[in-house]
Design a protein around this ligand. Structure first.
Ligand code: NDP
Ligand code: MG
Length: 378
């Protein structure tokens, strides 16, 4: 018994301390599944949701020692930020949706925690600031977005100097084969019916408009320190190839697996090295993989994202804020699907060239872009 006690306490101290932000969402649930499968390896110290109190209680039921924060309550936002600062997490999984995830990401980095980042808006709105601060604090920013997780593996495997370009795959979403006239008539239910991934509402609409891939181009540029010209998008409807890199000798390397967010989460949580996971084995028997060039005329939000990425400054932040406001309006039936791109393009017509120096100036620009979009939608 003595030996067993010792082993147990040894185990407890070796367990990685994990926080899961956005625990009631699609990413949050996948993260909790990975944690449960690795119960001996992890200790959940904090979990959060915004307004879904019931879901939060359910999410934490297997981890009675974890603190739970509901950020949508009065004072909840401050509570969330101080809980991230004080929970002593080795790694924080950020599965919050939207630009609301930026400050929680920063709080994790400031606390010296590693950041398993699903919230791509963090890097789109404030990539330079976030990556610099992470280097200073010796905190790792580990992508959980499936494409970027694959790219990270491929670049680590072949060397950054050998990487000529990054090739992000895009499913093309539910409107891949629709004409512009057909998209004009599309409603929220059509946009939410994603062919290969089951995700939250915002990112599902972004997949239908390809704004998601636009955001991912900006995310990759910041994560891997690449100019947008070196990040190519290829439509791949099956979502089996999660992304590729082309090396300087012309070879192309790809990472394949069934579409399941638990794999990138598992890899981020275990960090380096290969650990057994018992989900997602690819079956080659009926596998056909297709690749197409993206059509930026039918999906103008992809072209707008490249433009914003090239201009830099606050353009990516404005792109994200305007798109977020427009998607919200689309989901509540206030505007049509094509208006999302029209409004985002219109907001980007303003001057966003100022270079943000801190998170406060980014949040201010985000609010300004949203307010301008709201005014345009009235
Ligand atoms: P969901 O909408 O499913 O979940 C969002 C989570 O964030 C919920 O827990 C929600 O709480 C919480 N939340 C919402 N608003 C706020 C806020 N203002 N402050 C704090 N918490 C908030 O989203 P997803 O899981 O689909 O996406 C989360 C992030 O991960 C996004 O940035 C997305 O782009 C990214 N991502 C998602 C993928 C996926 O497969 N789902 C793939 C790659 C990236 P509540 O339930 O209480 O509202
Ligand atoms: Mg992705």
């Amino acid at each position: 018994l003595g030996a067993m006690e010792k082993r147990d306490s040894g185990r407890a101290s070796a367990a990685k301390r994990v926080a899961v932000l956005g625990a009631t969402g699609s990413i949050g649930k996948s993260a909790l599944d990975v944690l449960e499968r690795g119960r001996d390896d992890f200790e959940l110290v904090l979990l959060s949701a915004h307004s879904d109190a019931k879901g939060l209680a359910k999410a934490g039921s297997l981890w009675p020692k974890a603190a739970a924060v509901l950020s949508g309550e009065k004072g909840g936002r401050e509570l969330l930020l101080s809980a991230i600062a004080g929970c002593g997490a080795d790694i924080v999984v950020n599965g919050i949706s939207g630009a609301a995830g930026l400050e929680p990401s920063m709080a994790a980095i400031e606390a010296g925690s590693d950041l398993a980042l699903a919230n791509k808006e963090t890097l789109v709105t404030a990539g330079e600031i976030v990556m610099r601060r992470a280097r200073e604090k010796n905190a790792r920013v580990i992508p959980v977005d499936s494409e970027h997780s694959a790219v990270l593996n491929l670049i680590e495997g072949h060397g950054r100097g050998a990487t000529e370009e990054v090739i992000l795959t895009a499913s093309g979403g539910p409107f891949r084969n629709l004409s512009t006239a057909e998209m004009e008539k599309a409603g929220p239910a059509d946009a939410l019916a994603h062919p290969t991934w089951n995700m939250g509402a915002k990112i599902s609409v972004d997949s239908a408009s390809m704004a998601n891939k636009g955001l991912e181009v900006m995310e990759a540029a910041n994560l891997f320190g690449l100019p947008p010209e070196k990040i190519r998008v290829v439509v791949h409807p099956q979502s089996i190839v999660h992304s590729m890199i082309r090396t300087i000798d012309g070879a192309v390397y790809a990472q394949l697996s069934p579409p399941d967010m638990r794999l990138p989460i598992h890899q981020a949580l275990y960090g380096g090295g290969t650990r057994r996971a018992d989900f997602g084995r690819l079956d080659f028997d009926f596998l056909a993989l297709e690749f197409f060039a993206p059509d930026t005329e039918r999906f103008p939000l992809l072209a707008l994202a490249y433009e914003a990425a090239k201009k830099g400054g606050l353009y990516p932040c404005a792109y994200n804020g305007a798109n977020e406001a427009a998607v919200e309006a689309f989901l509540s039936g206030r505007i049509g699907f094509l208006d999302i791109a029209r409004i985002t393009g219109y907001i980007l017509g303003n001057d966003w060239s100022a270079r943000p120096t801190d998170i406060a100036s980014v949040m201010e620009a985000d609010g300004r872009a949203r307010a301008m979009a709201e005014k345009e939608m009235q």
